[in-house]
Write a protein that binds this ligand. Sequence first.
Ligand SMILES: Cc1cc2nc3c(=O)[nH]c(=O)nc-3n(C[C@H](O)[C@H](O)[C@H](O)COP(=O)(O)OP(=O)(O)OC[C@H]3O[C@@H](n4cnc5c(N)ncnc54)[C@H](O)[C@@H]3O)c2cc1C
Length: 374
Amino acid sequence: MDKVDVVVIGAGVVGLAIGAAIADKGKELYILEKEEVYGQGTSSRNSEVIHAGIYYPAGTLKAELCVKANPMVYEICEKHNVPYKRCGKLIVGNGEAEVAQLDSILKHAKSIGARDLEMIDTEQIKKLEPNVRADQAILSPSTGIVDAHGLMDHFHREARRKAGSDPLVLDTEVTGIEPVKDGFIVRMNSGGEPFEIESRVVINSAGLFSDRVAEMAGIDIDKAGYRLHWSKGEYFSLTGKPPALMLIYPPPPQDAASLGIHSVPDLTGRLRFGPNAFYVDEINYAVESEKEPFWRDIVEYFPDVRMDDLHPDMTGLRAKLQGPGDPVKDFVIRHETDMGLPGFINLVGIESPGLTSSPVIAEMVEKMVRDYLD
Ligand SMILES: Cc1cc2nc3c(=O)[nH]c(=O)nc-3n(C[C@H](O)[C@H](O)[C@H](O)COP(=O)(O)OP(=O)(O)OC[C@H]3O[C@@H](n4cnc5c(N)ncnc54)[C@H](O)[C@@H]3O)c2cc1C
């Protein structure tokens, strides 16, 4: 049986970023991906926003990693020609209650270290985005958009360059993980054939399936609090000229399940609105919802958008630890030594802002691996 140093399970943006951070010529590394192309999961079904880290609870990894990652993502994009746009974002409020909500969001965001934020009034909003209706807004110039595939291509190139060969193995689904002395036997189905290797370190970055992969290693996911709840997010696209070039968000809904229906320009100049949020039990990427509730939310801040100009677009699934009615849950990024699994690193519940945070998540995991192997 082949013996390697590190196996990363899953080649989404997080698994690829980890691969790029860990790869070096002295280490045998495999990144195993069940699909025939990398990044086909949640990493290619999201808003592609480079978040500034505004909303996440203080003391969470979500807050810390996102605030740290925001300038890093821009740096990576500039240095490695990954398409991006620092388009900026407005969180807009109409009426007393929403304006009060904006005040507390701004206070909170500053307390967790989010950069460059300021409160602006109607006149300033009109100067930036004349089609937006709002009494007040938080301006976040550091929020932007990135080509998620471009970012993944960069991480893949970097992993290949540092490893000296391509560590990525596609069409390979991990089906079993058995802890043995000094490592793990990783069982897989590779191109239709069963195969196994032994690895000293296993990194579970399997996105929507990371709870199941944790279970394969023998973890009781209910006891550990790792069971995932999939939350679907749907988008509608707008035909015609986009009413704004910046990202426009309402204040987030109180249920903490999403950030609210916002406008998402992409790098080609198209505009989408979304995502909504509802729990599902199966993977089905069709848009199921009616457009009217979307339109009602949108006209609160874009009064001239017509319902007829909205069309079902794409959907994505959030890998949430937060079940229905639960409070916000943090990312799990853990070396599971205390579960009797030295060498097993879990990444579970990597929902938003996982795309933004990917380079910093990768740094964190690289350090765990270095501390363990060296
Ligand atoms: C609607 C929506 C909007 C979002 N918007 C944003 C945003 O604007 N900004 C932001 O920062 N974040 C956003 N996110 C979050 C972001 O998309 C995710 O945090 C990120 O893509 C997670 O990446 P990942 O690599 O962990 O997961 P994935 O991209 O799902 O990758 C996991 C990979 O593991 C593979 N896999 C699974 N099981 C196995 C197995 N047994 N063997 C081998 N391979 C396996 C899968 O095929 C997949 O390729 C959004 C998410 C959603 C759903």
